[in-house]
Design a protein around this ligand. Structure first.
Ligand code: ADP
Length: 166
């Protein structure tokens, strides 16, 4: 069975990767799909986020990386997938995820959202926290895949240089 793991992945963290790895042992094919959200101001472009996901998932044969605009359920229909994977960390994730899952169910009752629990060691981890740490010059080693660590430091370094010039 095919499943889609949609999200912002700005950038992919070890928490996301853990979910992707565990999902590959449940589903035959996992499509990690970067959602193009015009309302959010991402640090990484869609192309950059996809490239980082491709590198981070390189060891997983049944994972492909894609992006989509518009409704997730429409994208799922287009891909012939009936399952959306989302994951839960703390109780604080629950309300938003429930709302999304119920709305998606209303939009397309044939698509199921399946939730996976975070692994305990990543339960505190989010893309925004990682960006904040990197911005403050704190080590993010072990929180994100190596390729993300390098790209994040390069990007923030460049931003700092640009700010200095202004
Ligand atoms: P979105 O903006 O769609 O919430 P994210 O990239 O932040 O996208 O997250 C995608 C999915 O991954 C969400 O279901 C989120 O709860 C989950 N997730 C985020 N961080 C972690 C983590 N550390 N462990 C497990 N799941 C996570």
């Amino acid at each position: 069975m095919k499943a889609i793991y949609p999200g912002s992945f700005d950038p992919v963290t070890c928490g996301h990767l853990d979910i992707i790895e565990r999902a590959t042992s449940v589903f035959d094919q996992v499509i990690v799909a970067v959602a193009v959200n015009l309302e959010k101001q991402p640090l990484f472009s869609v192309e950059e986020r996809m490239e980082l996901l491709r590198q981070a998932c390189g060891h997983l044969e049944n994972v492909s990386v894609d992006c989509f605009e518009g409704l997730t359920v429409d994208y799922a229909r287009q891909k012939g997938a009936k399952v959306l994977i989302r994951s839960l960390r703390a109780v604080s994730d629950f309300e938003y995820e429930l709302q999304m899952a119920l709305m998606n169910k209303r939009l397309n009752p044939e698509v199921e959202t399946l939730f996976m629990m975070t692994s305990a060691e990543y339960s505190f981890l989010s893309s925004s926290l990682v960006k904040e740490l990197a911005h403050l010059g704190t080590s993010i080693n072990g929180l994100v895949p190596k390729c993300v660590e390098e790209k994040l430091l390069a990007k923030l370094g460049r931003r700092a240089q640009e700010a200095e010039k202004r």
